[in-house]
Design a protein around this ligand. Structure first.
Ligand code: TYM
Length: 327
């Protein structure tokens, strides 16, 4: 029996190389060894205001990008969260057993609510309960995510444990699976900040659908430092980030990369990195173009995914409700 793996991604903004290197690339690689479910989390997206038409278009775009990156609908379930209403229902139930204090510790809420210019919704605060529902509905054992989601997976685990101790063994306790390389890609404009979809600065992120010239321009303008030596060093976030991206795309060792750039300048590194990123994204972009020529085909894959996810979720929710004396 393969272990069950579940992960999710929001259909908001532009999907960038942080999402790709910290999550999607590993999801693709894991398909052989795990029993995988991947979810486009549109209910999480609406925790901040969304234009309905844009949200709909972004959901399909993201499905296209995931398939183009190598998610194979025959080996993995790929579906949209709002198509399986058990997620929202379990989230409500979990709301009622998660202490406020646990939620108040969530660093992502603190960051996101501070940035939010319009109202901060209860949904944004409650986001981790819905994420816990996503994970727990499928008896998930591992959750492959970037570094920023670790705290949410830990809260999910605590929630499962609390439910089990209150109502008897029901949920499997999930573990986060964080990649060694690429788990925290930083912004190109400010390498002290995580690369993020919600950041609008033009030179912040490389998006998966950026054309080659745009990628070249962004990499060449990336913030570095005034030193010269090209080596992995966490105390030099700009150069460290560029080298990490290089390493994540090429799969080469740190030593090989440092040796290649010994005695060379930052602009040599940047030129070479731009080509590595362009070549790394080229097959994804090509497949994306051919897949999205048939939007009905993408919709059919998502519908089939929801049809396969629903019975698993329904069974788990039924068990939870029975344990709690509901229904
Ligand atoms: P989201 O949509 O923000 O990001 C999707 C995945 O990309 C990773 N990631 C990064 N990795 C490396 N460097 C970065 N700069 C970077 N930015 C993002 C994220 O860690 C994530 O793995 N809450 C989740 C979605 C979610 C989910 C779930 C995940 C909802 N339910 C259940 C796992 C299980 C989120 O907002 O991801």
């Amino acid at each position: 029996m393969k272990k069950r793996s579940f992960s999710g991604i929001q259909p908001t903004g532009n999907i960038h190389i942080g999402n790709y290197l910290g999550a999607i690339k590993y999801w693709v690689a894991m398909q052989e060894n795990y029993d995988n479910i991947f979810c486009i989390v549109d209910l999480h997206a609406i925790t901040v205001p969304q234009d309905p038409q844009v949200l709909k278009a972004k959901t399909r775009e993201l499905a296209g990008l995931l398939l183009a990156s190598g998610i194979d609908q025959r080996r993995s379930i790929l579906f949209v969260q709002s198509h399986v209403h058990e997620h929202a229902e379990l989230a409500w139930i979990l709301n009622c057993i998660i202490p406020m204090g646990w939620m108040q510790r969530m660093t992502q809420f603190k960051e996101k609510s501070a940035k939010q210019k319009q109202l901060v919704s209860v949904g944004l605060f409650d986001y981790p309960a819905l994420m816990a529902a996503d994970i727990l509905l499928y008896r998930t054992e591992v959750v492959p995510v970037g570094e920023d989601q670790k705290q949410h997976v830990e809260l999910t685990r605590d929630t499962a444990q609390r439910f089990n101790s209150l109502y008897g063994e029901t949920f499997v306790l999930p573990e986060p699976l964080i990649p060694e390389i690429g788990a925290r890609i930083m912004g190109l404009d400010d390498p002290t900040k995580k690369m993020s979809k919600s950041e609008n600065a033009p030179n912040h992120a490389i998006n998966l659908l950026d054309p080659p010239d745009v990628i070249r321009g962004k990499v060449m303008r990336a913030t570095t430092d005034s030193l010269k030596e090209i080596r992995f060093d966490e105390n030099r976030p700009g150069i460290n980030n560029l080298l990490t991206i290089y390493q994540a795309f090429t799969g080469e060792s740190r030593e090989t990369i440092e040796a290649r750039f010994a005695g060379k300048g930052y602009s040599d590194l940047k030129k070479s990195l731009a080509e590595v990123v362009i070549e790394g994204l080229r097959p994804v972009q090509e497949r994306y173009r051919s897949l999205t020529a048939d939007p009905a085909g993408i919709d059919a894959i998502l519908e089939d995914g929801a049809n396969r996810a629903r019975p698993i979720a329904r069974k788990m929710l039924g068990e939870v409700k029975a344990r709690m004396g509901l229904g």
